[in-house]
Design a protein around this ligand. Structure first.
Ligand code: VJV
Ligand code: CA
Ligand code: ZN
Length: 414
């Protein structure tokens, strides 16, 4: 009942370093590392730590990070601070991208910025945060490849937008790519699944020419607000249905994208997820799976536009777990902190095979206010989150998405 046994014999490990909690991207920046504090409070409040191996993650080394990232970029990341930004910018002037059209934020080298209004600001303690979330992912991969764990969890990881030599969308180091590269040393085929509301562009791009890594992302796609005269695309704007890997390489057909309009509900999302992921598992037959569980696909998220409830989000993990291969579970987006904590606690319970009480263990949680009151979920684990966005998804659209993906999968036969 409280997750203190190991019912199905799954070995689950939890990889975390609480120093990530102290980091601040900026006072009003949507990415709040303290959502990880709230997650820890709920996980421990329910006693789930007794059902897992708990590791204190060490920071990744520069060498580890350079397995994917450009050496100049890694150097810059490990040196830069709000104090040294100006000086270092002069040295790396030629690596500075153009600003977004219409955006006032001044960008610096590698898409980093001294401005607190930027997606990827430079903040105090940044290095420590970056190398810790990456270190936790690498340690989780080690637990899997050493056969110490069947499922390894790092809620501080899952930063899918970072490119080889550029930060993007709150992501600086792509811990997912680094983790997959390491898994490839032991496993012939790795499947990456991404249920964050944003497209997993950095991971897809890194493995676009590989037939040993298949990437599958479900995401909001299209114009953010149809009623506004500004026709901005939902970030990052990639991940169209017909984007299926590098066509001129062996990786052609080894990327799947499921672009979704706003407002999708539980039943519709699970229909897509199970129809497409199920067929992908049959055709690709992965030897290991990485699941990015971005919680910004939940209803009521500050940046997301879906209507998913916590149980439906968790069904994705439960479905993937049934494949029975080594599983790396990562966090990602999630901007309404109390619901991020609820979802990732529920998913930790699914991983260990525990059922949780709907009443939050308020007497044990240090910050119960965060979960109390009508607008904050009334002390419940599974508050109703649907209905924040108008549902623009039709059955015809769902069938079109499934049909395209099934057609793509016919090229894959292992
Ligand atoms: O939409 C964008 C890019 C702009 C240019 C930069 N300005 C700041 C925002 C518009 C076009 N970026 C997205 C990035 C989303 C990243 C999601 C990451 C993940 O969940 O997939 C994985 C962890 C975006 N949407 C909203 C914002 N940026 C945003 C950024 C801010 C902000 C408010 C909204 C940055 C600073 C501050 N407020 C103070
Ligand atoms: Ca996604
Ligand atoms: Zn996201």
């Amino acid at each position: 009942e409280n997750g203190i046994e190991r019912p199905q014999g799954y070995n689950v490990s939890y990889h975390y370093n609480r120093r990530v909690e102290n980091m601040h991207f900026g006072r009003t920046h949507p990415m709040k590392p303290w959502r990880l504090t709230l997650t820890k409070h709920l996980v421990m409040g329910y006693g789930l730590q007794f059902a897992m191996d708990n590791y204190d993650a060490l920071p990744a080394t520069k060498e580890t990070v350079a397995a994917f990232h450009d050496e100049d970029y890694v150097d810059f990341l490990s040196k830069v601070s709000p104090q040294t930004f100006q000086e270092l910018s002069l040295i790396y002037e030629d690596r500075t991208p153009q600003s977004y059209p219409g955006d006032m934020v001044k960008l610096g080298p590698f898409n980093l910025s001294p401005s607190p209004g930027a997606d990827c600001p430079v903040f105090d303690g940044m290095q420590e945060y970056l190398f810790l979330y990456t270190g936790a992912t690498m340690e989780a991969v080690s637990a899997l490849t050493n056969h110490q764990s069947d499922i390894a969890i790092n809620w501080s990881g899952g930063l899918h937008h970072a490119h080889k030599s550029e930060a993007s969308g709150f992501c600086y180091i792509n811990d997912i790519v680094l983790g997959i590269l390491e898994l490839l040393r032991c496993h012939q085929r790795v499947l990456y699944i991404d249920i964050d509301v944003h497209h997993g562009d950095g991971v897809e791009e890194a493995f676009a020419s590989s037939d040993r890594v298949m990437t599958l992302s479900f995401h909001r796609y299209g114009i953010i607000d149809e009623d506004s005269k500004e026709k901005h695309l939902f970030f990052p704007g990639t991940g169209a249905l017909n984007s299926n890997g590098n066509e001129n390489s062996i990786g052609n057909h080894f990327a799947l994208n499921v672009p979704i309009p706003k407002g999708i509900d539980d039943e519709q999302f699970l229909y897509l997820f199970e129809m497409i992921t199920g067929r992908t598992l049959e055709h690709f037959r992965p030897q290991a799976i990485v699941l990015q569980c971005g919680a910004d696909s939940l209803g009521g998220d500050r940046l997301g536009q879906f209507n998913l409830n916590i149980r439906a989000h968790g069904e994705c993990l439960a479905f993937v777990k049934k494949a029975g291969v080594p599983l790396l579970i990562l966090g990602g987006g999630g901007y309404t902190a109390r619901n991020v904590a609820r979802a990732w606690t529920h998913e930790t319970a699914l991983a260990v095979g525990a059922t949780l009480n709907e009443e939050l263990p308020m007497h044990i949680v240090p910050r119960p206010q965060a979960f109390m009151g009508k607008d904050h979920g009334d002390g419940k684990l599974y508050p109703e989150l649907a209905g924040f966005h108008k549902n623009n998804v039709t059955q015809k659209e769902l069938d079109l998405l499934v049909e395209h993906c099934h057609e793509e999968l016919r090229y894959i036969q292992h």
